[in-house]
Write a protein that binds this ligand. Structure first.
Ligand SMILES: Cc1cc2nc3c(=O)[nH]c(=O)nc-3n(C[C@H](O)[C@H](O)[C@H](O)COP(=O)(O)OP(=O)(O)OC[C@H]3O[C@@H](n4cnc5c(N)ncnc54)[C@H](O)[C@@H]3O)c2cc1C
Length: 327
């Protein structure tokens, strides 16, 4: 990484006075790892978010926009640029439509939607992070996905430097995928459309049920970034046949054309595997944990060890869900 010159730092600070220096990212990431961001801005409005990004582009300062940092693996060396946090959290309700700024907390939006007499977003109650981050990776669980509710996303196009609104089909959502992983857009807000609820109490009960199940099945008491890998969606029978040669694949996974990576990691005997203080959870094979003093490089080494073992045993190449920053 090329060090940022003091001159560039001073010019950026003059342009965006809310910027702080040497912000320890381990304090901000759900993994509790990551070195210093040379510069850091939390932008409380869409306009502040755009200003912070445009200043970085004008001054050729590397930048990285994030929300809740619940899906990030930030390097131990930190980030030699400006980390810009979307802290624009306003949420407004209009009948069945919710307009949520990108920095709004996903779980809170889920709870507020139920309180507002809506249904269809209860599944998101336990997803950490922000609406922007959830749209980026088309977050999902318990039968729901962002793509089911997103009607449009307001963005700042970094190429043309214009604000525009993308429809859900333009967002090209797929399993843990979206346009935003491939094109330089800054998300500002999104409009979600839900359904009117006939039973608010049932919505609340469903959310409590989900939270209970999550606590039972996931190691929520330790630091992680949720699932490290995407589940394996096989395209054809021959891909499945290679796996079938080594293990008995549960019918439910064959039917869904999706192999649970947590299950695969368990079958590979890698649950509990560790590198330093980084460990594969013994409760859920796709959760990689920081047991306390792990460094990003321990987590990276563990990810690669597990990836290799699964590839060697089952011929399956797993792909990370977690986003690398500063590597
Ligand atoms: C305990 C735990 C449980 C989890 N459970 C689930 C689950 O059930 N389902 C699931 O899908 N995920 C889950 N996750 C992963 C994570 O919570 C989701 O991916 C979440 O939606 C990320 O949101 P975030 O705001 O933290 O994104 P961040 O980690 O801050 O960022 C993720 C990506 O989004 C981009 N991004 C964020 N905001 C913007 C913006 N405004 N404009 C442009 N790009 C942006 C960033 O550049 C980055 O590439 C879990 C994580 C943890 C720690």
């Amino acid at each position: 990484m090329i060090p940022l010159s003091e001159e560039k730092i001073a010019t950026y600070l003059a342009r965006i006075p809310a910027t702080t220096r040497d912000e320890l990212m381990a304090k901000r990431t759900s993994f509790r790892v990551g070195g210093n961001a040379k510069l850091h801005v939390t932008a409380g409005t869409a306009e502040a978010l755009i200003e912070a990004v445009v200043a970085a582009m004008d001054l050729e300062v590397p930048f990285y926009v994030y929300g809740g940092a619940s899906n990030l693996l930030v390097s131990d060396e930190g980030y030699e640029g400006v980390m810009i946090q979307a802290g624009n959290r306003r949420v407004t309700f209009n009948a069945e439509r919710i307009t949520s700024e990108a920095g709004a907390i996903t779980g809170l939006v889920a709870r507020q939607s139920v309180d507002a007499g809506l249904t269809g977003f209860e599944w998101a109650v336990g997803v950490p992070g922000t609406i922007g981050g959830a749209i980026y990776g088309n977050a999902g669980c318990y039968g729901g996905e962002m793509k089911d509710s997103v009607e449009s996303v307001e963005v700042f196009d970094l190429k043309t430097r214009e604000r525009k609104t993308l429809s859900t089909s333009e967002c090209a959502f797929a399993y843990r995928e979206s346009l935003f992983k491939r094109q330089p857009f800054l998300m500002l807000s999104a409009t979600l459309v839900l359904k009117p609820s006939v039973d608010i109490a049932a919505g609340k009960a469903r959310m409590e049920d989900i939270m209970r199940t999550r606590k039972e099945k996931q190691p929520l008491d330790a630091s992680s970034a949720g699932c490290a890998f995407k589940n394996f969606e096989f395209e054809n029978e021959s891909e499945l046949d290679i796996l079938k040669r080594s293990v008995e694949v549960p019918e439910s996974m064959i039917k869904n054309k999706s192999i649970s990576v947590g299950w695969l990691i368990d079958q590979a005997g890698m649950m509990g595997e560790s590198v330093g203080d980084a460990q594969v959870s013994t409760k859920h094979g796709n959760f990689f944990l920081n047991k306390g003093q792990a460094r990003a490089q321990d987590i990276v080494a563990l990810i690669s060890r597990v990836k290799m073992k699964v590839r060697d045993e089952f011929g399956i190449e797993m792909h990370e869900e977690v986003q690398y920053v500063g590597f």
